[in-house]
Design a protein around this ligand. Structure first.
Ligand code: HEC
Ligand code: HEC
Length: 281
């Protein structure tokens, strides 16, 4: 995969990174009365002291959009998912609401634990997996494609139920191998720029990269509403975009590699709050 061996040091000397422009904000983010912690002590296996939400690195204007649900454009997609929640689909003639009679609120806390090992399924599951499990097995409907509007909106609706809850993703037991694989991917340099996730999100967070204030690349805020393309962005779509930016061939959305990476990156954010749908550039 590595065709060129331009090192990160070379990338730095090509002025990819510029010194810190502004210190990141560590204020609490309060939305509709819920306090969302945007910083937390890092796990002892991390080489950083503090984990910080991507919200802290955005401009005052972008941060403000996430402080009021009326201003948060991501909520439009949550509304679309509320419509889908009671839309009958599939051979069983059911909608989500036929079985999950307490509404999406039933899933409070779920987002904060995912991805996680599911004993009954015998595999690691993330939110898209659970939604499609229900669509296929319980509704007799077609699975939704990952990183597409209907799926991303439903992920946002269910994630919202955990807003403010502490991310607490398990990394041991049956997911230990996937976590190792994810860590390996995180630290492996790839692409024409020969960079790893860590080169930007661990070594250079707080610095500017072109016009962007680099964050720690946390996923506690996913799905995010991106001002850039005016729609929701899923975790795997973001991973894919970052890999393309360093001119690497991205893994496929939903692949084993991105699942492992999602577990690892999610666990780097343990202690932060679930924020989705958040607002980013
Ligand atoms: C016919 C009943 C039925 C329908 C309809 C249904 N589900 Fe489910 N769902 C279940 C059952 C049962 C489970 C528990 C896991 C299992 O046994 O598959 C579940 C589990 C889930 C979970 C994981 C919950 C957890 O805490 O582990 C999510 C998320 C979910 N469903 C979302 C949805 C969504 C979104 C829809 C509509 C697109 C939907 N479900 C439609 C029956 C249903
Ligand atoms: C060349 C630098 C660079 C590399 C390498 C890179 N990213 Fe990013 N990434 C960015 C920039 C720039 C942004 C947008 C600003 C920000 O949030 O940091 C971003 C954003 C993100 C976000 C969104 C954070 C949020 O709060 O919304 C995630 C998640 C992410 N990256 C994960 C990754 C992963 C995983 C890898 C490795 C596969 C990776 N990135 C590699 C530059 C990079």
């Amino acid at each position: 995969m590595k065709k060129f061996t331009l090192s990160a040091t070379v990338a730095a000397s090509l002025a990819l990174f510029a010194g810190a422009a502004t210190a990141q904000v560590t204020d609490a983010l309060v939305v509709e009365g819920t306090t969302i912690s945007t910083s937390a002590p890092a796990a002892d296996w991390l080489d950083i002291d503090q984990v910080l939400s991507g919200w802290s690195f955005r401009t005052v204007e972008t941060r403000a959009l996430q402080m009021d649900d009326f201003d948060n454009p991501g909520m439009i997609f949550v509304d679309q998912a509320i419509d889908d929640w009671s839309t009958v689909d599939g051979t069983e003639g059911k909608s989500c609401s036929s079985c999950h009679t307490d509404g999406p609120e039933e899933f409070a806390g779920l987002r904060a634990e995912l991805p996680r090992w599911d004993e009954a399924q015998g595999k690691m599951m993330n939110m898209e997996d659970y939604i499609n499990l229900s669509r296929v097995e319980h509704m007799g409907a077609e699975p939704w494609k990952w990183a597409k509007p209907r799926m991303d909106a439903m992920v946002a609706l269910i994630s919202l139920q955990s807003r403010g809850m502490t991310i607490n993703v398990a990394i041991d037991g049956p997911v230990a191998d996937a976590w190792e694989q994810g860590r390996e991917i995180y630290y492996t340099r790839v692409g024409q720029l020969d960079m790893s996730c860590a080169n930007c999100h661990e070594d250079n967070y707080g610095n500017m990269i072109r016009a962007d204030h680099l964050s720690q690349g946390q996923i506690n805020g996913f799905p995010t509403y991106r001002l850039k393309n005016a729609k929701l962005n899923s975790t795997h779509a973001r991973f894919s975009g970052c890999m393309k930016n360093i001119r690497a061939e991205p893994f496929a959305v939903g692949s084993e590699e991105f699942r492992a990476l999602e577990l690892y990156v999610a666990s780097r954010g343990n202690g932060l709050s679930a924020e989705g749908p958040s607002v980013r550039n």
